[in-house]
Write a protein that binds this ligand. Structure first.
Ligand SMILES: N[C@@H](CCC(=O)N[C@@H](CS)C(=O)NCC(=O)O)C(=O)O
Length: 279
């Protein structure tokens, strides 16, 4: 069995995809919320990134899971996964709620000093994502649909046609990980698609599937949806007040040196855009 080092933050659906896949297959991994210097230099705070058995760091959740035995995803399915992410721009509707949500996300480093350093530094990513979402860089200038339920109908249909409880049949596959990752993102800072998922009469099968996934991932440390869907479970463990203080100090620092942080953000956002263009 391989061992993976994973970098990311668990509000990201793509980081969730990787963590869910590794958890489900019982693959040993470490997790850090701050990119190693070589990753930062190459792709800024783009997440997830993973190194398998100490090898080169790779981007792309589907690519990472492919390396540990998951099947590839078709273009059509990938497009439907991205459609399900619509509404994510509402994460930044309330800036304080956005920062607060990020302040609660833990970093598992065993050393307290390293954790405090990581919380201080990862506040850079919070500002980065806030600005990129706010200005439509990451997800484009999405318009709200008439009903957020519509973006899940493709998956409702696929679940109805499935021969088992999962999109993958009797066992979950990469699509289960990706769609569940999107749902964890929608729940990590609640956005309007969440209400559609909870209430819309057209999404019965999706809700049953969320419950099934939650049962399967009951001991997974990044489960945000349990607060909103049955069977209910508490939110993931939160940062301690000391860790939150380190994060808020970091946030104030990043704002205090705004011209520098913005220059860095623009630099790395352009670098990531180029990486995306070059495939
Ligand atoms: N297709 C990529 C998407 C990764 C992605 O978009 N990650 C976001 C966080 S949710 C990111 O780091 N974006 C940085 C940027 O666009 O500059 C994957 O599946 O890994």
């Amino acid at each position: 069995m391989p061992h993976l080092d994973v970098y990311g933050q668990d509000h990201s659906p793509w980081v969730q995809t990787v963590l869910l896949g590794l958890h489900d297959k019982g693959i040993s991994h470490t997790f850090t919320t701050v990119p190693p210097p070589s990753v930062f230099k190459k792709s800024g705070i783009m997440m997830p990134a993973a190194s398998i058995d100490g090898g080169p760091w790779r981007l792309e959740s589907a690519e990472i899971l492919l390396q540990v035995g998951f099947d590839p995803v078709s273009r059509e399915d990938m497009r439907a996964i991205y459609r399900a992410w619509n509404g994510v721009r509402h994460r930044t509707d309330h800036p304080l709620r956005f920062w607060h949500g990020f302040s609660l996300a833990t970093d598992p480093h065993p050393s307290l000093l390293r954790r405090l350093r990581n919380h201080f530094l990862r506040s850079f990513a919070t500002l980065y994502f806030y600005l990129l979402i706010r200005f439509g860089v990451i997800i484009g200038k999405q318009r709200d649909p008439e009903s957020f339920a519509d973006q899940f109908l493709f998956w409702e249909q696929r679940l109805t046609e499935s021969t088992g409880s999962y999109l993958g049949g009797n066992e979950p596959d990469i699509l289960d990980m990706m769609l569940f990752g999107i749902i964890q993102c929608h729940c990590s800072i609640p956005v309007p698609p969440l209400a559609a998922l909870q209430e819309d009469a057209k999404l019965t099968r999706v809700r049953i599937w969320i419950g099934t996934m939650q049962e399967r991932f009951a001991d997974y440390g990044h489960l945000y949806s349990g607060v909103y869907f049955a069977p209910h479970s508490p939110p993931p463990i939160r940062t301690t007040p000391l860790e939150q203080t380190a994060f808020w100090f970091g946030s104030i620092f990043m704002l205090a040196v705004f011209p520098i942080t913005v220059a860095l953000i623009v630099f790395f956002a352009m670098r990531v855009a180029r990486l995306r263009l070059n495939g």
